[in-house]
Ligand binder design. Structure first.
Ligand code: ADP
Ligand code: ASP
Ligand code: MG
Length: 320
């Protein structure tokens, strides 16, 4: 049986025509090897933000159904554009919306959950040799109304499709080449992680590291689909999220809101050196605490005051 590759490209990776060309090259390189390719795309750049802003300018009481009808347009534009480009390059590609791809969801607009995927149309197109490009972030509910999956939800579309097609893994291409010890756009000297367990990644996502949508990690774990995050723009090895568990390795620091900081890593509860280091840091900096919680994979600290980027940098430096 041919290998099915599921590749997802985020908004910054498809932001303009030049970037779409790079994405198309990546896809055709894989297709040329003989693999079957399903591509999931986000809306281009800040399209979703722009659509929300424009809707808010029209109304202070936007019907949820109509908001999803509007927001889903972003992904329809990017997928159609990529298909136009691939066809022009001589490749048989087809774009499919959420409903065309058989993605059925719950009816809670803006935060819908995928219930099932009827893969028959995707499989038909793959069997005809096509590159199938599916809109991320959207599906339809039982009334055939359009729903969206929550901000960042295209990751979830991709992993759910990979699970439904029994793909070996799911590639998430982005503007970062993997998951780092902290947000590389905010913290200095961050290091890329080779591996993370599903549990660690779920903690990271739920604490606000937007590199992956947290529901995609849940689906990855449930169906045992390794998620590989890579850069669209270079060939460096990325980060693999799977059920490989490494005890006592500290993985990442995240700042959620202004005063909540979490440190993630399997077995962190038994990492007494680390716990001591963090407590010493808090004392030395005379930081006031509102809460300090430790679980198997996470230390979460809520400070009384705002924690600025400099302190996060110092804490990151101390831990990694
Ligand atoms: P995409 O548009 O491709 O879906 P996102 O913007 O949703 O990409 O996610 C990628 C961003 O996640 C990065 O640009 C980075 O700023 C942010 N991020 C937050 N925490 C981390 C982390 N620990 N490792 C890598 N990136 C992170
Ligand atoms: N376009 C949607 C958003 O901006 C979904 C996604 O990018 O994953 O949230
Ligand atoms: Mg994202």
């Amino acid at each position: 049986m041919d290998t099915i590759m599921v590749l997802k490209f985020g908004g910054s990776s498809v932001a303009n025509n030049e970037k779409l060309q790079l994405v198309a090259k990546r896809i055709t390189k894989i297709y040329d090897k003989g693999d079957k390719v399903v591509v999931v795309l986000s809306a281009q750049g800040k399209t979703t933000d722009k659509l929300i802003k424009e809707a808010k300018e029209l109304s202070s009481n936007i019907p949820n159904r109509e908001l999803d009808a509007l927001l889903s347009c972003g992904e329809q534009m990017s997928t159609a554009k990529l298909s136009i480009l691939l066809n022009y390059m001589g490749y048989p590609a087809i774009s499919l919306t959420g409903w065309q791809a058989g993605i059925f969801t719950t009816n809670n607009n803006q935060n819908a959950n995928i219930i099932r995927i009827d893969t028959s149309r995707i499989l038909k197109e793959l069997n005809e040799g096509k590159i199938v490009i599916v809109t991320g972030f959207q599906g339809i509910d039982e009334n055939l109304d359009i729903t969206t999956l929550g901000r960042g939800g295209s990751d979830t579309t991709a992993v759910a499709i990979a699970a439904a097609l029994h793909a070996k893994n799911c590639y998430i291409f982005s503007d970062v080449d993997g998951v780092y010890t902290a947000d590389p756009n905010k913290v200095e000297n961050t290091k890329k992680l080779e591996n993370l367990s599903y549990e660690e990644m779920m903690q990271l996502s739920s604490e606000g590291a937007k590199v992956l949508h947290n529901r995609c990690v849940e689906i990855g774990e449930k169906f045992k689909i390794p998620i590989i995050t890579k850069s669209t723009f270079n060939d460096k090895p990325g980060t693999v999220i799977s059920d490989k568990i490494e005890e006592n390795t500290i993985k990442s620091i995240i700042k959620k809101e202004v005063s909540r900081v979490s440190v993630i890593g399997n077995g962190i509860i038994r990492n007494f050196d680390l716990i001591e280091k963090i407590i010493d840091f808090i004392k030395k900096k005379e930081l006031e605490l509102l809460n300090f919680e430790i679980s198997e994979t996470k230390i979460s600290i809520v400070f009384k005051n705002i924690i600025d980027d400099e302190k996060i940098n110092e804490l990151h430096e101390l831990i990694f």
